[in-house]
Design a protein around this ligand. Structure first.
Ligand SMILES: Cc1cc2nc3c(=O)[nH]c(=O)nc-3n(C[C@H](O)[C@H](O)[C@H](O)COP(=O)(O)OP(=O)(O)OC[C@H]3O[C@@H](n4cnc5c(N)ncnc54)[C@H](O)[C@@H]3O)c2cc1C
Length: 399
């Protein structure tokens, strides 16, 4: 079910429509493709600022955090109206969907004061420095080391990978090992990293889509101030779990989901597809899946706004929405012909969605989590964790 839309929400919809009539001409189109150049990113950034200034970004965030304290239904209305006009939403879905809520949950008042407003306005985009070549599904295995120095600053060395949008980000949220002498989940700390700091090197990774959305990030003798810690030293895993919960919802309901209206419009514009009875039946099946998912995501938006941090069940949305989107893309290509793969939306989606199956937790890992924590099934076999290293063993001579 969608969140209830009350009379006051309907008035909100009318106000937003009127605002869009006045300001929507400046908006970039709603696109699934990555922005191709700096000018496109600048336009998306400016549009996020325009939306934020009018209170249409972070609609459900508390007012003391810079949001509007609005209802989930209002957040859904904003998305519906933008979608109906083919207008882009806020670009920095990592900042708004994942990092901002995590800073609200675990950041200090100073960090909230410093970061949340520029994040909402798109003045400072964020990226997530979590995965490493040896730590993806087993994220608690991160080897990037942060050592506290005599003056209280942290010295960071390591490598991150798959860092989406690092090339546009002003800040990154970094998971690093601060104590290798304790069990692996306990020796981690989360930091806020200025991406232009000395010691941060960003190298793009080109993907099958042709874009280089994500990057490798090298951290070489990066020095972070004591107040860069988000949460407390040693509590990085708790902070990471909060963020991953928000990420599953954002990835599942976000950018890469196939938009039903665009699918229907594409089929309707093709004479052969439109008149084929079998294709119309399949369109009905695909549409019912996408609609059911849209309502499920709206319900989760409501639960988040009511203060619930998304748990393993948020993984359900991610898995089902990616699989339904893949199904929709296969249908689009069957219906429109293989030329639909060559350029534009369907070709991009067909090559991007398999990667989204892994982003924010792979399908296999999420299925395990749902089975174990949600359905109460017997646990999967686990490889026994190695004993923690001693401090002496873990200190390489050169570091
Ligand atoms: C589009 C995209 C964007 C991303 N953006 C970011 C980002 O911005 N920041 C960031 O930090 N990371 C990002 N990632 C990384 C993502 O979180 C990892 O890809 C993911 O956690 C999986 O890690 P891995 O790639 O190392 O695969 P691995 O963990 O090596 O897994 C390889 C395969 O083994 C399977 N597997 C592993 N362990 C188990 C198990 N116990 N049981 C069953 N199967 C298992 C996995 O399901 C997978 O199929 C992104 C990834 C993608 C694809």
């Amino acid at each position: 079910m969608s969140p209830d839309v009350s009379a006051s929400d309907e008035a909100y919809r009318q106000r937003f429509r009127a605002w869009l009539d006045a300001h929507g001409a400046a908006a970039p189109p709603r696109h699934v493709l990555e922005p191709q150049d700096d000018a496109a990113v600048a336009r998306l950034r400016a549009w996020q600022g325009t939306l934020a200034d009018a209170g249409y970004v972070g609609v459900t965030w508390p007012q003391e955090m810079g949001g509007r304290g609005g209802t989930p239904a209002q957040a859904v209305i904003v998305d519906q109206e933008l979608e109906a006009r083919g207008i882009a939403g806020p670009f920095d879905f990592i900042g708004i969907g994942m990092v901002g809520p995590t800073i609200m949950a675990h950041g200090s008042p100073e960090q909230q004061e410093r970061h949340l407003a520029p994040l909402l306005r798109g003045e400072e985009f964020w990226c997530q420095l979590l995965s490493e070549p040896g730590a993806g599904s087993d994220l608690a295995n991160v080897q990037t080391r942060a050592r506290v120095q005599d003056d209280g600053t942290w010295l960071v060395n390591g490598q991150k990978v798959w860092t989406s949008f690092a090339q546009h980000a002003a800040w990154g949220i970094l998971l690093a090992r601060t104590d290798p002498t304790v069990a692996k989940h306990k020796g981690l700390t989360m930091f806020a990293v200025p991406m232009d700091a000395e010691g941060v090197t960003i190298r793009p990774l080109r993907q099958i889509t042709g874009d280089a959305e994500f990057n490798e990030v090298f951290l070489d003798d990066l020095v972070l101030a004591p107040d860069a810690v988000v949460g407390a030293p040693g509590e990085g895993w708790k902070v990471a779990l909060t963020m991953l919960g928000f990420e599953r919802v954002a990835v599942g309901s976000g950018l890469h989901a196939v938009r039903l209206e665009r699918l229907v419009a594409a089929i309707a514009s093709d004479d052969d597809a439109r008149s084929d009875r079998g294709l119309r039946i399949r369109l009905g099946q695909v549409a019912s899946q996408l609609l059911a998912l849209r309502h499920t995501s709206e319900r989760v938006v409501q639960e988040i706004a009511e203060g619930r941090v998304p748990g393993p069940d948020a993984g359900l949305i991610k898995i089902t929405s990616v699989l339904a989107s893949l199904d929709a893309c296969r249908f689009a290509v069957d219906a429109l012909g293989s030329h639909a793969l060559v350029d534009g939306e369907w070709g991009f989606q067909v090559s991007a969605l398999p990667g989204v199956r892994s982003a924010g937790g792979t399908e296999e890992i999420l299925r395990n989590l749902i089975g174990e924590r949600h359905l109460g099934l017997p646990p999967e076999p686990r490889v026994p964790a190695p004993a923690p290293k001693t401090a002496v063993q873990s200190t390489p001579a050169a570091a």
